[in-house]
Design a protein around this ligand. Sequence first.
Ligand SMILES: [Zn+2]
Length: 191
Amino acid sequence: MPPSSPLVFILRLMRLALIAMAINASFAVIEPAVERSTYLSRLVMSDPVRHLRMPVDRVAQRQLRDTWHAARSHGRKHEGIDIFATRGTPVRSTTEGIISRIGTNKLGGNVVWVLGPGGHRHYYAHLDQVANIRTGERIGAGALLGFVGNTGNAKLTPPHLHYGIYTGKGAINPFPLLSGKVAVPPSHPAS
Ligand SMILES: [Zn+2]
C-alpha cells in the first residue's frame, strides 16, 4: 500500500486526534493547579482588607464590643473578638481567600482558618457545626463557613463566634476593622 493511501491518511489523522486529546486532558489537570497557585500568590501579595464584612448574620456594627486583650484563664489575653448570637446563626468569611484548615482544638472547639489578603490568617472558633467546605477551597467574602455555637472552652458561655486575625507579626485587633471605629485601648485596672 503506498503511504499516501486514504487509509494511512485516516490512521495518521486518528493518531493526531488521540495526541490532541491527551494534551487536552493533561491541561485539564495542570490548569486548575496553576490557577490555584497564581491566586495564592496574588492573595498573599495583595493588601489586607481594611474594612471587613460582619462574620455573623444579623449582627450590627454597633452591637460589637471591643474585648481585645481582656484577661482570660491561665494568664492569657483575649486575642480576638467575641460576637454573640443565637446558636446556629450563619458564620461567614470576612474576606475572600482559601480555606486553610478545618479542625477541632481544646480552646476553640470546631474551628475554621481562612488565608486572606495580605497573608492574614482568619480564625473562626466555637462553631456549633462547620459548613460544607473543603480545605484548599477558594472562597469569596461572605462564604458560609459554619454556624455559631459554644464548642471548646466556650461550653459554659452563651453561643458566640470567637474571631481572630493573625498576621506575620502576631494577632491584631479585629474590632476597628469590623466596626469602622478606632480601637479602645485595653483598660488597666488601678492596682
Ligand atoms: Zn473569644
